[in-house]
Design a protein around this ligand. Sequence first.
Ligand code: NAD
Ligand code: MG
Length: 388
Amino acid sequence: MRSVTILGATGSVGESAFDLLVRAGGAGALRTVALTGGRNIARLAQMARTLRAEVAVTAHEDELPALRAALAGSDVAAAAGVAALVEAAARPADWTLSAIVGAAGLAPGLAVLERGGTLALANKETLVAAGRLVMATATRTGARILPVDSEHSAIFQALGNDDLASVARVTITASGGAFRDWPMERLARATVAEASTHPNWAMGQRITIDSASMFNKALEVIEAHEFFDLAPDKIAVLIHPESIVHALVAHIDGGVIAHLGAPDMRHAIGYALNWPARAPLPVAALDLAAQGSLSFAAPSEERWPALRLAREVMASGGAAGTVLNAAKEEALDQFIAGRLTFPAMADAVEAALAAAAGQAGFADSPTDLDTVLHWDAYARRIAAKALS
Ligand code: NAD
Ligand code: MG
């Protein structure tokens, strides 16, 4: 029987994956090793009971009594804390989805790679913060990474068996998020509630706000650079408000292969789950006649400075990805807490990158987790200071 683990099961991507596992037959058809979550203990316990997981893990040690109580009378073991998350990720499973949000996904993701497992990766921060380390670990252990971010799944599918050497350009699309058509001067007054809506995708709050600021796309550009080993000038972003075309791969002979589909994460998750085969998924069929038209536009780096920062990060390499990601997470926390305006998030990230560039060792890509965590902590400190 195939075995699976979901890290971040209680989130938006985790719920979509859970839905697919239940539809695939649930506990009768597959063995669930571990499910992890945060403070949503009731839901985590319910999911673990449904799939008869070996262990359910909350990231928060203070939630352990609540999790134990919620699992009472079941065969599911309860565990809590960061070390328990990593231990759960290290348990052998045929397929492990990382759907944790933020740099917190890095250590558990690395644990999957260290055991040579198959890592279905929604947690793009893993590649942005530690691309070199992550790819080198996978190569050393023979682990496989399957992209779950929709644009990267789309690139992966559009590439097929084509040689990367024949690729002239990869384009990922962006809806433009909540503020695509706002007058620029209004952005400084944007509220958290306004930034937390997305025209096409239902996602967790953090990635939704990152879509409005385009930091999500900045992370995705770096993710594509790291995962596919593409030169920065071969990666482009295109505004596409309908979110039907997810990515385009242009070849040196002028042929362009696009990946289209309804904006539903169950496609990308299910593709990774069934890979290398394909199987039916509960995703709406694409009806282009009903859709009528698709539109595209070039993104403005004035409106979305995050896109410029992504290019600067790829050009400088070293620890820049770690710093951008961590400073962005800090700035996002502060925006959500109401202590920072929407446009100031990019200023804080820029300040952290500038400060880090003057530090010894910045030009070296981190090759171990401790070095990544050092730069991560440094960037959060600098970003917080730049804000106060
Ligand atoms: P979410 O906020 O809905 O869920 C996050 C999950 O991670 C939850 O289970 C939560 O309990 C857990 N978590 C949060 N903080 C944690 C911590 N410190 N330690 C351990 N676990 C923690 O997020 P989401 O929207 O599902 O996104 C998850 C990841 O997938 C992100 O990296 C995001 O960028 C990526 N992604 C999401 C979508 C989407 O449609 N939501 C699409 C593409 C990529
Ligand atoms: Mg995406």
